[in-house]
Design a binder for this molecule. Structure first.
Ligand code: ZN
Length: 424
């Protein structure tokens, strides 16, 4: 394959995906702005005009900022690849770390330097999103000190977990021959399963406090629900989500016997007990309908396909040259291949993102239906409305934009799908 073919395919995918993203964002902005001043008919009486306008303004502000960061990311991507950034970084580290410490140290240094530079470039955007946008709409609860501590902890945890994993994968790539991608996949799956067990008990507590649920009445209610659904979990916890944000949530985490239920304190302070029960029943629905297992199998299948593709690409000089990097002759190119693959893939996969989003929305409908069987459907409806309002999610997204970006169905579709409340 000629390197020009690679360059042309990459440039075309990048341009087309950017064009599509900008077009979708423009549609979304127009659609939301047009409906800003009129609460949609099904919500008149339950959503105030003020809350509806706030949701529109929040959506528009995030959309404008999203466009800016999309443009910036595309520039950074070009900088790394066709404009020679990764090539220059690679040459510098090969000539210094590579000479002094050998090939493994050079490859780990390349990955670490890439991640650090990326984190530095992203930091101003994250800061702006938290302290300008979230702040303006009253969602941010973080201080600059906590934000800086989060960044530092994130990098430290990333290095502690990421460097050994990277070393293992690089070793597999160098030592196991033509089928390295199969062994790398086995290691990747093992790593992810380990992380599922370690995340709730070891990693999440580094960032948040988890207290056992103290409200006895609510605890009994929730335990009765879990018993009805035949669901075993290690414990019920309340997380201090309010330290960082006013957004509310509840989730399950862990694997097998280490599963736990986590409520954000912001959720408990906002919802009535029947609503908390309905939200939890929805989450249980994801387990009972086997969504979690299906998603995991899907992700592992896709990563096997991705690694097989990389196994082929990494052996082609055109893959490196076409993306602006000279492969080294005297040192392994495995870290380079990993980085180029991670950089070049997203512009191509963006076009199939509606498939993943559609599957996710289908699962949400199924979990809602399950929740209505096991708990009170009216409580689920009122909880969904409250959460929508508290998160200032727009009730009037552009339908096509939602097809690409929404993992959850828009509120109007979700509420319309709930069974009619039984007159009592
Ligand atoms: Zn869900």
């Amino acid at each position: 394959m000629h390197s020009l073919v690679v360059t042309a395919a990459f440039a075309a995918a990048l341009l087309a995906s950017l064009g599509l993203k900008f077009w979708l964002a423009t549609r979304q902005a127009r659609h939301v702005a047009r409906h800003r001043d009129a609460v949609p008919a099904p919500f008149i009486g339950t959503v105030t005009a003020e809350a509806h306008r706030k949701a529109a303004d929040y959506t528009l502000a995030k959309g404008r900022f999203g466009l800016l960061s999309t443009a910036f990311s595309a520039a950074v991507l070009l900088g790394w690849t066709l404009l020679g950034g990764l090539d220059a970084l690679n040459a510098a580290l090969l000539g210094s770390v590579g000479v002094a410490w050998g090939p493994m140290a050079y490859q780990l240094a390349l990955l670490a330097a890439f991640v650090l530079i990326g984190a530095l470039l992203d930091a101003p955007f994250e800061w702006w999103s938290t302290f300008r946008i979230e702040q303006r709409f009253g969602f941010n609860r973080m201080t600059t000190g906590l934000w800086l501590a989060d960044q530092a902890k994130g990098l430290a945890v990333g290095a502690l977990i990421g460097l050994p994993l990277a070393a293992l994968i690089l070793w597999i790539m160098g030592a196991t021959g033509g089928l390295w991608w199969l062994w790398a996949w086995v290691a990747w799956v093992g790593f992810n399963l380990t992380l599922l067990v370690l995340y709730p008990t070891v990693i999440a507590p580094l960032f948040n406090k988890f207290e056992p649920l103290a409200d006895e009445a609510l605890k009994h209610r929730v335990q009765a629900l879990m018993q009805r659904c035949g669901f075993a979990a290690k414990g019920l916890f309340v997380m201090d989500g309010s330290r960082r944000s006013a957004h509310a949530n509840a989730y399950f985490t862990g694997l097998g016997a280490s599963k736990r239920v986590v409520f954000f304190d912001t959720l408990l302070s906002r919802l009535a007990p029947a609503e908390v029960e309905a939200v939890l029943a929805h989450e249980l629905g994801h387990f009972k309908r086997r969504h979690v297992v299906k998603r995991m199998v899907g992700v592992f299948g896709l990563s096997l396909a991705g690694l097989a593709l990389l196994g082929w690409l990494a052996s082609l000089p055109a893959f490196y040259l076409g993306l602006g990097v000279r492969p080294s002759l005297g040192a392994p190119n495995d870290a380079l291949a990993l980085l180029l693959f991670m950089l070049a893939l997203p512009p191509f996969t963006f076009f199939v993102s509606p498939l993943g989003a559609a599957l996710s929305r289908k699962h949400e409908f199924e979990a809602d239906a399950y929740a209505c069987e096991q708990a009170d459907g009216r409580a689920l409806a009122s909880a969904l409305l409250k959460l929508h309002e508290d998160n200032a999610s727009t009730l009037t997204p552009d339908p096509l934009y939602a097809r690409f970006y929404y993992s959850h169905p828009p509120a109007s579709e979700r509420l319309a799908a709930l069974p009619e409340p039984v007159a009592s």
